[in-house]
Design a protein around this ligand. Structure first.
Ligand code: HEC
Length: 119
């Protein structure tokens, strides 16, 4: 069966970005969410978009092994398999399999930040 992640279109290549081996989740990843996904995926002040709370202290549990609401049967983050993870597809691809590219209506993440999330 075709891998659904590969049906998304306009995905950026991050092949030119060196691998970061020692990712610090709070410093390297949470700061991206704080800067780029705030207002929408925050619990403070209402219900987060798509039920996805990316606040500090919540984002890991919201993402890792958590089911996608938009793409039934897929996980937002499947550990060790970014290309099968809905969250990576949503930041990496112009046309994801469902919904819009994230951050919605904003500038796509720079390749360096996409690569950190991939790693
Ligand atoms: C301007 C508001 C806004 C911003 C900023 C935003 N999102 Fe979203 N997000 C949404 C909305 C609305 C949806 C549901 C519709 C869609 O997917 O287009 C969504 C859906 C998602 C989904 C799909 C959830 C699921 O269950 O399948 C993921 C993953 C996601 N966003 C991640 C992110 C990440 C990571 C960022 C920051 C890099 C981000 N979003 C920034 C509004 C936003």
């Amino acid at each position: 069966m075709m891998n659904p992640a590969h049906a998304a279109n306009g995905c950026d290549s991050i092949a030119s970005i060196p691998i970061t081996w020692n990712i610090d989740y709070e410093n390297d990843i949470q700061t991206i969410f704080n800067t780029r996904c705030s207002n929408c995926h925050v619990k403070s002040g209402g219900s987060p978009e798509a039920g996805l709370d990316l606040d500090p202290g919540s984002s890991w549990d919201s993402l890792v092994n958590a089911p996608s609401l938009e793409q039934l049967g897929r996980l937002l983050v499947l550990p060790g398999q970014p290309l099968d993870s809905v969250m990576f597809e949503k930041i990496n691809c112009e046309t994801p399999n469902a919904g819009m590219r994230m951050p919605r209506d904003r500038t796509p993440l720079p390749l360096s930040e996409q690569a950190l999330i991939y790693d």
